[in-house]
Design a protein around this ligand. Structure first.
Ligand SMILES: Cc1cc2nc3c(=O)[nH]c(=O)nc-3n(C[C@H](O)[C@H](O)[C@H](O)COP(=O)(O)O)c2cc1C
Length: 170
């Protein structure tokens, strides 16, 4: 079963979450959105995650703003928004899931990139296997990374997702 996890990350938190989700799923490929395939033929589960910027998915301007906060290069140069807009034909009904990283406050205050990801996945004809999920980062996101316990939660989310898909695919 081919499982692909596409992540976008500026400072590394979303990449860490993506890798923890992959640990839970077992056998998943983890791909930076900069190198994500345009052709998803043969993929049976697609997981897409990115950081929440300005209440939603990043844009060129918010990525530029993220880059200006630190003196190191950003891990991703492009975003999941752009990738999802450019991806080729997607297998009809492809099993998918969306996640984001964001601050741990009420969602009405923070927004959540995963909601936009899920909407685009649905528009592409994909099936959302589980509701969109958020994983929380510290208040200085450029340095703090995921909050304590969040990588364990991501591993558990990955395991539940893998089990749900294997039940429907096999
Ligand atoms: C330009 C910018 C805008 C942000 N806007 C939000 C926001 O609206 N809501 C929120 O919860 N977090 C916001 N954040 C915090 C990010 O969600 C956080 O930096 C991200 O989860 C870290 O993931 P990364 O290390 O993979 O880049 C913002 C961060 C940046 C740099």
């Amino acid at each position: 079963m081919r499982i692909v996890i596409v992540f976008e990350s500026m400072y590394g938190a979303t990449e860490q979450v993506a890798r923890a989700v992959a640990d839970g799923i077992d056998g998943a490929e983890v791909v930076n959105v900069d190198h994500a395939p345009a052709d998803l033929t043969g993929v049976e589960l697609l997981v897409v995650g990115g950081p929440t910027h300005a209440h939603g998915m990043s844009r060129a301007a918010t990525r530029e703003s993220a880059a200006q906060r630190v003196e190191r290069p950003m891990l991703s140069r492009t975003g999941v928004r752009e990738w999802l807009d450019s991806v080729g034909p997607v297998p009809r009904g492809l099993a998918t899931a969306a996640f984001d990283t964001r601050l741990e406050k009420a969602r009405v205050l923070t927004g959540a990139a995963s909601l936009g990801v899920a909407k685009r996945l649905r528009r592409l004809g994909c099936r959302l296997v589980v509701p969109a999920e958020s994983f929380f980062v510290g208040t200085d996101p450029a340095d703090a990374g995921p909050k304590a316990g969040e990588l364990d939660r991501a591993r558990a989310w990955g395991a539940a997702l893998g089990a749900a898909v294997r039940r429907t695919v096999s």
